[in-house]
Design a protein around this ligand. Structure first.
Ligand SMILES: [Cu+2]
Length: 444
């Protein structure tokens, strides 16, 4: 397909030398070079992008990046769909499906203009395919079982091949029996760095896949048939307190790339302590004139959203889905007892079942603590509805929740521990303060 005059103008419009464009020369592969997806003209070859020289590698917290080798100028990747023993958080594991020994699959990272060849060896007991969500590629490489290719039978190895004509944040996932295979975890992120970045490179570049599962307490496998009642809500297939914190040093430019391949839900991801700019969707970079500041980014299912900010506010900052049912874990599904006086129930049941304890009459906040203190037993392989011990009290959050830790100075890449709030923190009010400001807690 020849590059169009309009595309050439758009490429020129982002400040890239347009030499050689507009000649109308035919190319063997489709060329898409609109300004929102491409930073350079794509009617010529580019050397394979190199980490450090061409890009700052993305980090997938609790995940991994798929290694590659270069053969004759082509980046060679090997994906292996297989069953995986996966831990969502300490105390909660399941048999899931994934790639290369992990759920979700490792992040595929490349640079705009890279030629890639991706081998897929199916070690699942079922056929599968891989679809490259958002990637502009030839129709036969799109990975839709039955439509663009036949499915990959167990034991077979297929090969996909294309040139990245764009940069941005994309995803891959099974496109054969999606309902089952994606519910079991068959998905991963794709990050394609611009050949010629329009702005400064980020100092921290994080990729986070959002997904949801139904894992009944004590069950060995997620239930792929469920279409509601998702009780394990994850970032990179981990639920809090299993999610690793994101870290940044004060002043660094931070990029967060969210993908959502949940079966049924969108996730409004909220970051405390910051206003960020939404810079990208899986359709490409958002033009500067259309970018807007926000504190919550809605990541619809089947989409990616990228946000950026300067980490200029030190602290421990919550980052989580703002749907309150998405920041809880499995055991949240108990009858509504809010406001009930449970003492008589406890006494009656307690004579038959000594460890019995009615939960929920004051809400769910205390459940994790009761379990941690041994007051309340839970089934094997299950998680309390909420939480983990925090530095000051119990953190009554679970599921799609993590913590951004920004420090004046970082000494390593590990968890810097808890922030000590040097400017003070909320505390019990003193009597002299109440008197000074005319507050009577007992007044109605
Ligand atoms: Cu959510």
């Amino acid at each position: 397909m020849a590059i169009s005059r309009r595309d050439a103008l758009l490429v020129g419009g982002v400040g890239v030398a347009a030499a050689g464009l507009g000649t109308g020369t035919a190319s063997a592969q489709p060329v898409r070079a609109a300004a929102h997806t491409a930073s350079v003209p794509h009617d010529r070859d580019y050397a394979p992008g190199r980490a450090g020289r061409d890009y700052t590698p993305v980090v997938t917290p609790d995940g991994a990046t798929l290694p590659f080798r270069v053969v004759d100028g082509v980046k060679i990747f090997h994906l292996v769909p297989e069953e995986v023993e996966h831990e969502f958080a300490p105390g909660l594991s399941a048999r899931t499906w994934g790639y290369n020994g992990r759920t979700h699959g490792p992040t595929i990272e490349a640079v705009e203009g890279d030629k890639v060849r991706i081998y897929v060896t199916n070690r699942l007991p079922a056929p599968t395919t891989v679809h490259w969500h958002g990637v502009i590629l030839p129709s036969g490489m799109d990975g839709v079982g039955g439509l663009s290719q036949r499915s990959i039978a167990p034991g077979e190895t297929f090969v996909y091949e294309w040139t990245f004509r764009q940069h941005g944040t994309f995803m891959y996932h099974s496109h054969h029996d999606e309902m089952t295979q994606m519910a079991l975890g068959m998905m991963g992120m794709i990050v394609v760095h611009p050949r010629q970045p329009a702005g400064p490179r980020p100092d921290r570049d994080y990729a986070i896949m959002l997904s949801e599962w139904v894992l009944h307490p004590g069950a060995e496998r997620p239930d792929p048939n469920a279409m509601s009642g998702f009780n394990v809500l994850t970032m990179n297939a981990r639920c809090y307190p299993g999610t690793s914190p994101l870290i940044a040093q004060r002043g660094e430019r931070v990029r967060l790339r969210f993908g959502n391949l949940s079966a049924m839900d969108h996730h409004p991801i909220h970051l405390h302590g910051y206003a960020f700019t939404i810079t990208e969707t899986d359709g490409g970079a958002i033009p500067a004139s259309a970018r807007h500041p926000d504190t919550t980014v809605l990541v619809p299912t089947g989409s990616t959203r990228t946000v950026e900010f300067i980490a200029d506010n030190p602290g421990d900052w919550a980052m989580h889905c703002h749907m309150t049912h998405h920041v809880m874990n499995q055991m949240g599904h108990v009858p509504n007892l809010t406001g009930v006086n449970a003492r008589r129930i406890d006494r009656a049941v307690g004579s038959l079942l000594p460890t019995y304890m009615t939960m929920g009459q004051d809400g769910m906040g205390e459940m994790g603590q009761h379990i941690e203190m041994g007051h309340m037993p839970i089934p094997d392989n299950s998680l309390p509805m909420v939480g983990a011990r925090g530095p000051r009290d119990y953190i009554t959050m679970g599921g799609m929740f993590t913590i951004l830790k920004v420090r004046d100075r970082l000494t390593g890449d590990g968890d810097p521990g808890w922030y000590d709030n040097p400017e003070g923190e909320a505390r019990a009010a003193r009597a002299d303060e109440l008197a000074r400001d005319g507050i009577d807690p007992n007044a109605v």
